[in-house]
Write a protein that binds this ligand. Structure first.
Ligand SMILES: C[S@@+](CC[C@H](N)C(=O)[O-])C[C@H]1O[C@@H](n2cnc3c(N)ncnc32)[C@H](O)[C@@H]1O
Length: 244
């Protein structure tokens, strides 16, 4: 069953700012750099990623499974489309959006492959999928500090500010369980869609990862969707604005 964010919706933004020392905003800003056009933000939560996309002049649609999270998003993104929907069955036609984004959401999908596959389905050929996700840092120097912070300080903050220690015990546990780096990119490359390129960037000692995936451009006479993961492109850098 999906983790229910409804109980922490009211304090979600405040805790994010405190827990990350405001870095979550910088990570989102970095993630949306260079995106334009008609963008879908999946697992939009309280709408912070949508706000960053709107600042760039994008036209944004947000979807989430928590009505309580969407209620808070509605206060920030007046005029943009917000919908209660599950990423596993998105209510959009194939090849609809110029870009699809997801910040700190994929870790919570019950069926990761199905969610990613839906995100790729609604992305236009040649479009960009941008995913931000938390990860455990690789550095043996940073790791003990990270462990102490996530296992002791974050649950304490969760109980003090959100009155919900369990939710903030779930956070580091779910980060630990989730595939990171190349392991995550492999899940995407194994989807049924043709990927032109994909890359990842480590942000803040690798505690946050930015994944940028480009869906293959349509070639006349060739199906856009095929079921042979061995033929998709290898993990290679994407020469886009994110690599500057
Ligand atoms: C950690 S919050 C991230 C919110 C927001 N994207 C941000 O940048 O802060 C994860 C969000 O994913 C949503 N979510 C989890 N599973 C989902 C699913 N299957 N479909 C749509 N949204 C989902 C939750 O309701 C929650 O709002």
């Amino acid at each position: 069953m999906a983790y229910d964010f409804s109980t922490i919706a009211c304090t979600y933004d405040r805790l994010n700012r405190i827990m990350t020392f405001g870095l979550d905003r910088c990570w989102r800003k970095r993630a949306v750099k260079g995106l334009h056009g008609n963008v879908l933000d999946v697992a939009c939560g309280t709408g912070d990623m949508m706000v960053e996309l709107m600042k760039q002049g994008c036209s944004v649609t947000g979807v989430d499974i928590s009505e309580e999270m969407l209620d808070i998003a509605r206060l920030k993104v007046k005029g943009e489309r917000l919908m209660l929907a599950d990423v596993e069955s998105l209510p959009f036609e194939d090849n609809t959006f110029d870009a699809v984004t997801c910040a700190f959401g994929v870790r919570n999908f019950v069926h990761l492959e199905q969610g990613l596959s839906e995100m790729l389905r609604v992305l236009k050929p040649g479009g960009t999928m941008v995913i931000l996700e938390l990860a455990t840092p690789d550095s043996p120097i940073i790791r003990p500090f990270y462990n102490f912070y996530t296992k002791h300080i974050i649950p304490w903050l969760g109980s003090r500010i959100a009155g919900n220690r369990e939710a903030y015990i779930y956070l580091p546990e779910s980060i630990e369980r989730f595939p990171k780096g190349d392991d995550f990119l492999k899940v995407i490359l194994n989807s049924q869609f043709s990927i032109l390129s994909c890359c990842q960037q480590r942000l803040t000692f690798g505690v946050c990862r930015l994944y940028i995936i480009n869906k293959e451009v349509a070639v006349p006479g060739r199906p856009l969707c095929h079921i042979n993961p061995k033929t998709v492109a290898k993990v290679r850098p994407f020469p886009g604005p994110h690599n500057t």
